[in-house]
Design a binder for this molecule. Sequence first.
Ligand code: S3P
Length: 173
Amino acid sequence: AEVLNHGKNIVLIGFMGVGKTTIGQLVAEKLDWEFIDTDQEIERRHHMSIPAIFEQKGEAYFRKVERELIVDVCTKERQKVLSLGGGAYLQEEVRNACLSHGIVVFLDLSWENWKKRLPSIVHDRPLLKNKTLEEIKQLFEQRKQAYSQYHYRVVTDGLDPETVATRMMELIR
Ligand code: S3P
């Protein structure tokens, strides 16, 4: 494994379906650090899928659980690679914890390329269901503002996950 002396948690942010989980996993393998995907961790703890949590417990409940998990990991742990759900970073407390205790990497993808992924991700993303493409585009643009505070940005258009992970490794050392 490569050695990262600072030991600060690496936090991946970005819109739904840009590859935060896949790339986070690859970076964690390269560092030989533990990988935590906030959605997967919440699903594991609740024995419920994200769509089921949204449906049965509501979005506000999900946001609270998500916030507490991220603040907890950021403030108490080191040497973790953390992939956030796409909406987590809209919470100020989450942004503050990630920016002050970790290295935040924004995975950026153009709307044109993102659009092509929509059919494969819509089924387990409650916030994309029953929305028109125009409404989704608006959400995509709004979210871009929220993701503007980061340490590094990687434009992922046309890059495979391995290339993105390698690029990230160069940035975070
Ligand atoms: C959400 C993104 C999802 C998941 C939930 C809400 C959002 O995570 O947390 O469906 O608000 O953008 P991904 O970014 O992994 O799709």
